[in-house]
Design a binder for this molecule. Structure first.
Ligand SMILES: Nc1ncnc2c1ncn2[C@@H]1O[C@H](COP(=O)(O)OP(=O)(O)OP(=O)(O)O)[C@@H](O)[C@H]1O
Ligand SMILES: [Mg+2]
Length: 415
């Protein structure tokens, strides 16, 4: 693999012998430089703070479990230094422990005994993935959200799948259209398995994959409009590719070019996403005025939201542009809103109740729930978010206000 740069690495292992063995092995790979060692989890966290390595090789089983073990350190480093990738080292029968480490934020693992080929391959692969993820957006970069153009752009995101992103995106767009009768567009950036067409009951003939086939200087408004579909709700849709295999032609550059062109054509643009920080999603966030982060009231989602917020902070997305929406609130045995706010140290902008019959039923019938069940609590909650968007963005005559947004104020600056 052609990496062509140095990978800095910290070794965290309680056995001095193992640290020495690893160091010796790693001297045979000229791309990898060991910059430090730690004998327990606490020291690993301290050394990461001091040395800021690209990667940590972390023994999972260091000393006693708890404060200074490998899982604890993995969690600490993932939260405080998300740009440092962690590779876990474990032995065969630690499967359960290892799964916990992976869910605490480790990027990959090695099972002892491993040979030097395996060691190098894992380190290089993880380093390359990290480089792709962080490479275009170094932590020192200025805030990236660029809001030039007439329309308002919102990305609906969550680092967890199945939390209601697509349902909320489609219905929120319809609610904003109902209130304003303006030009409202949904862009489906779930490029492999987009659901927006189904939720808004359209069978698109053309999609974002067709736009991707054009050069960026050919993206004139008429051509863009040709690839956008109407829906019965009044909202228009730039649909996801019709087959998963077409997704890869929609590169981050295409996403960025298309969205920049689109924001001059539509008053409101709502972007549905996938649950990962892929470059397409980052390209969408970059051109967004605001990001709605969808939270489900369970601990796995909250863990991912915590990690996701840390990543967004590292990428310098202004926190006042990130708004939490709690979906499926009040579902049985769920975490309460005040616990969510306490855990995430942030206010929740809106709560959407759980109602499987209405939400799933409306999808099956092909009518957005805010139309088929306009007076249901779910529709009302989504309507309240639409109210906030519309009142924050339009003056009394219904014109989109120009001066109210921007990196510092945020369109929700008054909140
Ligand atoms: N408030 C709600 N009450 C009940 N069911 C809901 C609610 N919101 C979403 N759902 C259901 O949860 C499932 C996931 O919703 P949706 O597809 O919108 O999530 P997603 O975050 O877009 O998922 P993915 O990450 O797979 O794209 C769907 O079956 C949907 O009907
Ligand atoms: Mg979805």
């Amino acid at each position: 693999m052609a990496i062509g740069y140095e990978i800095t690495l910290l070794i965290a292992d309680d056995s001095e012998e193992m640290r020495e063995t690893l160091k010796t092995l790693l001297t045979f790979n000229e791309k990898i430089k060991v910059v430090g060692e730690a004998a327990d989890g606490k020291e690993a966290v301290e050394k990461v703070e001091q040395l800021n390595p690209n990667l940590v090789l972390m023994d999972i089983n260091m000393g006693v479990m708890g404060e200074s073990d490998g899982i604890w350190a993995t969690q600490e480093i993932s939260l405080k230094h998300p740009q440092t990738g962690i590779i876990i080292i474990s032995v065969q029968d630690e499967g359960d422990y290892m799964r916990r480490a992976m869910s605490a934020g480790a990027r990959d693992y090695l099972v002892k005994p491993f040979d030097s080929d395996e060691l190098f391959k894992t380190i290089e692969t993880v380093a390359e993935r990290e480089r792709v993820m962080w490479g275009n957006l170094p932590a020192t970069q200025a805030p990236v959200m660029s809001t030039e153009g007439i329309g308002r752009v919102f990305t609906i995101f969550s680092p967890k799948g199945g939390v209601g992103k697509s349902v909320i995106t489609a219905n929120l767009a319809v609610e904003v259209y109902k209130r304003t009768q303006k030009r409202v567009l949904v862009v489906d950036l779930d490029l492999q398995f987009g659901d927006i067409a189904l939720i808004l009951n359209i069978a698109p003939r053309s999609t974002i994959a067709h736009l991707a086939e054009l050069a960026s200087d050919q993206l004139d408004p008429d051509l863009i409009e040709e690839h956008i579909s109407d829906s019965a709700s009044g909202v228009r849709v730039l649909a996801a590719p019709l087959k998963p295999e077409y997704a890869e032609i929609v590169t981050p550059q295409v996403v960025s070019d298309v969205l920049k062109a689109i924001r001059n054509l539509y008053d409101y643009v709502f972007i549905d996403t996938v649950p990962s920080f892929g470059n397409e999603v980052l390209a969408a966030m970059d051109v967004s005025d605001d990001i709605f982060l969808i939270v489900a009231p369970d601990f796995l989602t909250l863990k991912n939201i915590t990690l996701g917020l840390a990543v967004m902070e590292t990428l310098n997305y202004p926190t006042e542009h990130i708004h939490l929406i709690l979906n499926r609130a009040q579902s049985m045995s769920s975490v309460k809103v005040r616990d969510v706010e306490k855990g995430l140290q942030r206010k929740v902008l809106a709560e959407i109740p759980s109602d499987g019959e209405i939400v799933v039923g409306s999808i099956n019938r092909g009518q957005p729930l805010v139309i088929s069940h306009a007076s249901s609590p779910v529709a009302k909650a989504i309507g309240e978010i639409a109210d906030i968007i519309v009142t924050e963005n339009e003056d009394e005559e219904g014109k989109v206000e120009k001066g109210s947004r921007g990196i510092l104020g945020g369109i929700f600056g008054k909140r």
